[in-house]
Design a protein around this ligand. Structure first.
Ligand SMILES: [Fe+2]
Ligand SMILES: [Fe+2]
Length: 294
């Protein structure tokens, strides 16, 4: 008998967790904080860029989750409800970010060319497994960026926004691993295509930082190479323990960034995006968000 993957939880566990989270989602976030202020206009503009990128990710997340909820409804009502509640969390993030951008004196900006192309390709994806894997990888880099920014930013209002996002995305990553597992159980025919997609997206998301990093760097102060390495590490760790999924990261890119196979599998359960972290993150108020120094 094959051993159950360590990160596996039944859909009912996720549904129960999401219902509990939904009941408390709109609770207050403590005291009013003074409006965020920045040492320079350049940093304020960089912050606006940073949170615009976050907003686009949330928008895409809610849309894909709710579309999938509709598709899944015919074969798994419980999973469909999980997707709906998950999409609602992204919708809540979108609202928070829209308000926050206004507080920063910024607005929702049109996407840059590369980002627009990436989301366009993603929005056209039809296969459920493609959508889920792509979303999972977006969640992973989002969660990693937020945590690294937290280590560098001291502005209280900004830290609060980043903390909310970090905490929730840490729950969403293993949730998306669950989606992927369920979708593949139902139709495993796409696995070899997914293996290629994983490598392609992995390389694109890591290398894309060479082009898009400068825009937000004045705000988050994350060095390009450190962010690339952290993305590769967390994206690589995603399946380091999920042997049933058999998705292998691009070895050459890992080597170039100085990441050994041992580093991928060893820290995996300690990774903030692990299912253990998700279990700890169910009750938002109990979570201590740890920053990730770059
Ligand atoms: Fe989100
Ligand atoms: Fe998310």
């Amino acid at each position: 008998m094959s051993k159950a993957p360590p990160t596996s939880r039944p859909t009912s566990w996720w549904l129960d967790a999401l219902r509990r989270r939904a009941a408390r989602m709109y609770d207050g976030h403590g005291a009013e904080l003074p409006r965020a202020s920045f040492p320079s206009e350049r940093e304020r503009q960089a912050a606006i860029k940073f949170f615009n990128a976050a907003l686009r990710a949330e928008e895409s997340g809610i849309r894909q989750a709710h579309e999938l909820a509709g598709d899944v409804a015919s074969w798994d009502a419980e999973l469909s409800e999980v997707l709906r509640l998950y999409g609602n969390e992204e919708g809540w993030h979108r609202e928070l970010l829209t308000e926050f951008l206004a507080e920063l004196g910024g607005e929702v900006q049109p996407m840059g060319k590369v980002t627009r192309t990436l989301y366009k390709v993603y929005a056209r994806a039809k296969r459920m497994d493609t959508i889920v894997l792509t979303n999972l990888m977006f969640e992973t880099i989002g969660s990693t960026t937020y945590r690294m920014a937290l280590a560098n930013v001291s502005e209280p209002a900004v830290r609060r926004m980043l903390t909310i996002l970090t905490r929730d995305e840490a729950f969403h990553v293993p949730l998306n691993v669950h989606f992927l597992r369920r979708v593949l159980q139902r139709d495993p025919s796409g696995l070899s295509r997914l293996k290629k997609l994983y490598v392609l997206l992995f390389a694109s998301l890591v290398l894309l930082q060479l082009a898009s990093r400068p825009k937000a760097q004045a705000f988050d102060r994350i060095p390009t190479r450190a962010l690339m390495r952290a993305y590769a590490l967390e994206l690589g760790r995603l399946f380091a323990r999920e042997h049933d999924l058999a998705l292998a990261p691009p070895a050459l890119l890992l080597r170039v960034l100085g990441i050994s196979p041992a580093e991928l599998s060893h820290g995996a359960e300690l990774s903030p995006t692990s299912v253990e972290a998700a279990a700890r993150a169910v009750d938002r108020e109990q979570v201590t968000v740890t920053a990730l120094p770059s």
